[in-house]
Design a protein. Structure first.
Length: 166
C-alpha cells in the first residue's frame, strides 16, 4: 500500500437495509454510499440486529436498551459520539471503533464490534465511516439498489464477507 492510499479519507456510508441472509439465516446490515452505487454487507448477530431494527423502525421501548444506556452514560459525563469507523477487515471479520468526544474536548477511539458501533451511531445520529481499504476488499457494486440487495442475498454467504462471530 502506498503512502497516498494510507492517507485516503474514510468514506461516509448510510445504513441502507437490515435483511436476513436466507442461506445462513443470519441478519445482514447493508451499508450504502450516499450516491447509492456501492454496498457493504456485514453479517451481524441477532441481538445486535434487533438493536438496529428498533431504531430503523422507530420503536420505543419502556426501558432503555444497552445502546441507549451507553448514550445516556456518555451524556451524563458531558461526552458525545462523533462518528463510528469500520476500519479493518481481518480474517473475514470487520473491526470498528467509536470516536468519543469528551467533556474536555479530547477525542478517544473505543474498540467496538461493527454491529454495536452501528447501533450506537443510529441512536446518536453520528456518521458511519468506512476505511477505503475495507471497501475495496468487501464492497458490492451494482447498477441499482434493488439489484445490489438481491445479489447480496442470492450469492453471498456469511463466510464470504465479514461473518460476525458471537
Amino acid at each position: 500500500m502506498t503512502d497516498v492510499e494510507k492517507t485516503k479519507a474514510p468514506v461516509k456510508m448510510n445504513i441502507r437495509a437490515l435483511v436476513m441472509d436466507p442461506v445462513g439465516n443470519m441478519p445482514v446490515v447493508i451499508l450504502e454510499e450516499p450516491e447509492g452505487h456501492a454496498f457493504l454487507p456485514i453479517w451481524i448477530g441477532v441481538c445486535e440486529a434487533n438493536a438496529i431494527a428498533l431504531v430503523l423502525e422507530d420503536v420505543t421501548t419502556p426501558r432503555p436498551m444497552t445502546h441507549d444506556l451507553i448514550l445516556t452514560l456518555l451524556d451524563a459525563t458531558g461526552s458525545s459520539v462523533d462518528h463510528v469507523h469500520i476500519h479493518s477487515l481481518t480474517d473475514s471479520v470487520f473491526l470498528a471503533s467509536i470516536r468519543i468526544v469528551g467533556a474536555d474536548g479530547e477525542t478517544r477511539d473505543v474498540d467496538s464490534r461493527p454491529s454495536d458501533a452501528l447501533a450506537v451511531a443510529l441512536r446518536a445520529s453520528a456518521d458511519v465511516l468506512v476505511d477505503p481499504d475495507v471497501l475495496s476488499r468487501a464492497v458490492v457494486a451494482e447498477s441499482s439498489r434493488e439489484d445490489a440487495v438481491k445479489m447480496i442475498l442470492e450469492k453471498l454467504r456469511p463466510e464470504d464477507l465479514g461473518e460476525y462471530e458471537m
